[in-house]
Design a protein around this ligand. Structure first.
Ligand code: NAP
Ligand code: MG
Length: 450
């Protein structure tokens, strides 16, 4: 079985990749289990060295990996270079973990009590198509650092960079079976990770619908699971802020990666007294966006990942009150212009649902309390931004919004060294940050009598 890959830029076929069967998946999981004992026993300093070498090899191939992502996923070249660099940075950051996977010594009577963070075994990582490289790295870097072996399923649409990262791991000296990339279907490879008894944890990133199925499947074996799911994050703009600056920053927060970003600030709440000025300036910024061939250095937004994704986003646009749009190239490829919708009711689909495309909905609010209420009127809770010159208000609203990653006067919400994850139906557990390796371990307590 193979999967045909289509260029999002031209709509043409760019290649075929193998699509693993269940039997092939089982074989890979068994090899990963065989590799687990020896990998767990690699001395901490040596495991650290191997991860740093892997990071260096990824860095040496930054441009190659970035170009692959431009071709396969239609990411802008600037973003794609950052994404490959993010894998390198994650590996370097977690390469410091093996020698620092500390346990505790807890005072007890009659002896000594100590704890250990022990690896789980084989970990299954399931990756979506929107950020193929970073999301793979957020899983495998801390999992490997903690002494686990990894089987990784890239999304069917975007397997090329993951396959290459698997090869680069071997080139860096990571032993065979420690990181195995298995391209294939979610319903075959992904589901087998969930049902295979040797896979001890699933780290899943993707849609809330599939995430719920995975969680239910994991329950059968009480398998550990981390879920990073969808979002409908709010960008809350108060009238006391620099409106021109807030309007200039809003398009990238909504349209980066063509809006195919779980952290996209796809709802903009603007204080009513500044609403008209904000929307006017937003129009200037959106119409100035450079939507073009993602391989060009100056491009700010490329196409959507697939014909199906474009159709799904178009259906939201068709039902919405479009205020204005930017531009998009004509001709082949899965293009849509950046699109701004004015919402008048929180019942609108485009306001409530994750569009996962270049569509942002704007709505006015009157005061701080209403802003927080509107922001929290969502089943999601991944990210959010607050623009205000009042630091007290910024802090109050950041504490009031039910989401895992808030930024005040900024849209930055993902750093490999800070924790990342969702409230409510945006997810379960956290990735990244200093504690990520612990999510791939069991804590063992040992008491030794004097
Ligand atoms: P998806 O359909 O949920 O797929 C995600 C991954 O799961 C893919 O590798 C997919 O394989 C696999 N999969 C599908 N069905 C499966 C099953 N029954 N069992 C096991 N694995 C299965 O999501 P998507 O369409 O790729 O990505 C878009 C969604 O992901 C959006 O909702 C977005 O918000 C969310 N997302 C969230 C985050 C986050 O960090 N919170 C990050 C990125 C994306 P196939 O490729 O074969 O379908
Ligand atoms: Mg899907």
């Amino acid at each position: 079985m193979t999967t045909t890959l289509i260029s999002p830029v031209t709509g043409e076929t760019i290649g075929e990749v193998p699509s693993a069967s269940q039997t092939e998946t089982d074989t890979a999981v068994e090899r990963a289990q065989e590799a687990f004992g020896p990998w767990r026993d690699v001395a901490p300093g040596e495991r650290a060295r191997l991860l740093r070498r892997f990071a260096a090899v990824v860095d040496d191939h930054n441009e190659e990996l970035a170009q692959l992502e431009v071709r396969n996923a239609g990411h802008t070249i600037g973003n794609a270079r950052w994404e490959a660099g993010n894998v390198r940075d994650c590996l370097n950051y977690y390469s410091a973990a093996p020698e620092r996977l500390f346990g505790r010594q807890i005072p007890v009577a009659g002896g000594v009590d100590i704890t250990f963070h022990e690896p789980l075994g084989v970990v299954g990582i399931i990756v979506p198509w929107n950020f193929p490289m970073p999301i793979a790295g957020w899983g495998f870097a801390p999992a490997l650092a903690a002494g686990n072996t990894v089987v990784l399923k890239p999304a069917e649409l975007t397997p090329l960079t993951a396959i290459r990262l698997g090869e680069l791991a071997l080139e860096a000296g990571i032993p065979e079976g420690v990181l195995t990339v298995i391209p294939g279907k979610g319903s075959v490879v992904g589901e087998r990770f969930v049902t295979h008894p040797l896979v001890r944890k699933i780290a899943f990133t993707g849609s809330t619908t599939v995430g719920k199925q995975i969680m239910a499947g994991c329950a059968d074996q009480v398998k550990k699971v981390t879920l990073e799911l969808g979002g409908k994050s709010a960008n809350i703009v108060f009238a006391d802020t620099d409106i021109a600056a807030a309007a200039a920053a809003a398009p990238n927060a909504a349209f980066d990666n063509s809006g195919q970003d779980c952290c996209a600030r796809s709802r903009i709440l603007v204080q009513r007294t500044a609403y008209d000025e904000f929307v006017g300036r937003l129009e200037e910024a959106v119409t100035a966006m450079r939507v073009a061939d993602p391989g060009q250095e100056s491009t700010e937004m490329g196409p959507l990942v697939s014909e199906g994704q474009r159709a799904s986003v178009q259906a939201y646009i068709d039902g919405a009150n479009v205020a204005f749009t930017g531009s998009a190239p004509d001709g082949p490829g899965w293009w849509l212009p950046p699109t701004v919708v004015e919402s008048t009711s929180t019942d609108e689909k485009v306001w409530r649902e994750e569009v996962f495309g270049p569509v942002v909905a704007v709505m006015p609010f009157d005061d701080e309390e209403e802003a927080v209420t509107l922001a929290n009127d969502s089943e999601y809770g991944l990210s959010g931004s607050i623009f205000t010159n009042d630091l007290g208000r910024g802090m109050r609203v950041a504490r009031g919004v039910e989401a895992g990653n808030l930024s005040v006067n900024s849209h930055a919400s993902v750093r490999y060294w800070t924790p990342f994850g969702g409230y409510k139906q945006s997810g379960l557990g956290r990735e990244l940050g200093p504690d990520a390796p612990h999510a791939f371990t069991e804590e063992k307590n040992v008491f030794i009598a004097h």
